[in-house]
Design a protein. Structure first.
Length: 181
């Protein structure tokens, strides 16, 4: 049983950020609602939007955790150290980019099964390593070096959604509309 509020929050955010592409599909449409031309901007914008939503919701964590928050950690001092909110929002942005990169290929019904298969292992690795990394940031004291590392990871991980969006666009143009992915 998990009775630590930070752990529950961490598990929820990691699962949500990595599986975000799953929620973006429209299963009533033949092509699952994957856009023909705007895949790149759509996939790139998911990261900052989820990071911003995470930052807003995490600002309520000190109220929810109360005395169970460990003093001196990022989670335990979110109101005393506003850059901790920026750090956690940035970490969520990074994890969302990783999720968009690998999970989008898992959920889109490509004709070529290898495109989906190649993504399964990195998605699972991202889920477990992302959770470990995210929890490590939450339960450690705030450090400017961690914030700088997360800030540098944002553009690096944004390359993935761009490449996936370009791949989706290329495959759609090559094979036509519908479930021709």
């Amino acid at each position: 049983m998990i009775d630590d509020g930070a752990m529950i929050g961490c598990c929820t955010w990691v699962a949500f950020t990595l599986l975000w592409p799953y929620f973006g599909f429209d299963y009533d449409k033949e092509d699952l609602g994957v856009p023909d031309r705007a895949a790149v901007p759509l996939l790139v914008l998911i990261g900052p939007l989820v990071g911003f939503a995470a930052t807003l919701s995490m600002s309520a964590w000190p109220l929810l955790l109360g005395d169970t928050a460990v003093p001196g950690t990022v989670t335990g001092n979110l109101w005393g150290q506003p850059l901790g909110l920026v750090l956690m929002g940035g970490a969520t942005w990074v994890l969302t980019n990783v999720g968009v990169t690998f999970c989008t290929l898992v959920f889109v019904p490509f004709r070529r099964l290898w495109l989906r298969g190649v993504s399964v292992l990195p998605s699972l690795i991202g889920l477990f390593l992302g959770g470990w990394w995210y929890l490590g940031i939450q339960n450690a004291p705030f450090r400017m070096s961690t914030l700088l590392t997360v800030t540098m990871l944002i553009p690096v991980t944004t390359v993935g959604p761009v490449l996936v969006g370009l791949l989706l666009t290329h495959v759609r143009q090559r094979q036509g509309p519908g479930l021709a992915l």
